[in-house]
Write a protein that binds this ligand. Sequence first.
Ligand code: SF4
Length: 334
Amino acid sequence: MLATRVIQGHGVHVEGVNFFTGFCVEGHTHAIRNRKHEKPKRNNALWVAEQLGIKLHIIDISEDYKDIVLNPRHGYGQNLNPCLDCKIFMVGKALELGLIDDLDFDFVITGEVIGQRPKSQRRETMPVIARESGANDRLLRPLSALHLPPTLPEREGWVNREQLFGFHGRNRKPQMALAEKFGFSDYAQPAGGCCFLTDETYSNKLRDLWDARDSRDYQLDDIMLLKIGRHIRPKPHFKLIIGREEGENRFLAGYRKRFTHLSVTDHPGPLALIDGNLDTTDTQLAARIVARYSQGRDADKVLVTVSSASGVSQDIEVVPMAPHQLEPSWHVGS
Ligand code: SF4
């Protein structure tokens, strides 16, 4: 918001680009879960564009982005977040968009601030992003520009370097003061995670998926499902994805035609998908685990319906698993 407003102040026409990677927290988990929100649900990218009065391009890069997640040339951050490669990729895509769609843009801006993030926003990484994205001196960071060599828009006088900023470090007070000056009272909180790849539990679940399949690969549905439910792997060849509340159960129900699924019939309870293949003993085990998360957890016996993806169902009666029987190591991600 700040970088855009600064550059708009130089009389430059700015448009926004929001990339959908498949790992975005925004617009997914928040939309699915039934949690009570004080604030109305909103898509922050759209909301920001509206505040700034700019056009927003929402681009699905999830397919191409796979290679960034699987093979980051610059490695991962603390979890499976390939931030440096990700930024290089996104700046390159933004540049491409300006040319391919004949939008005739002259340069790309980002809100990066030197030293704000330990891995991807260091002084040394700034030129790497500019160079490897192909943007070179067409990449301007208005908030830290005074710590960086003059870029093309500054040299050409499209923007006035003297009116750019020299923010650096983790202290966000100067940015907050600028936000106040611009009249921005509502904005995303600095520490708010917007990408599941920075999340430890999520990254562990993704690693577990790769290990279980013996392949470092994923489909869009895989990474969507990692955001949802309790993941329990009692045996290496299958795991359960168990809805934690009504919104998640509804979301998981959308996958009923693709996964074997279980639900408790005689008590309120969750829907669970099976990722993997079950034999008869596995089915009993899975049903007992699902029963444990139903309101019949204290009953002697619970009726569980097991349905195949093709719609063939069978009802089985099981004893709900006692809490101490549920091995902590079965909980994927924790
Ligand atoms: S947090 Fe996620 S979206 Fe942001 S730069 Fe890192 S990998 Fe990319």
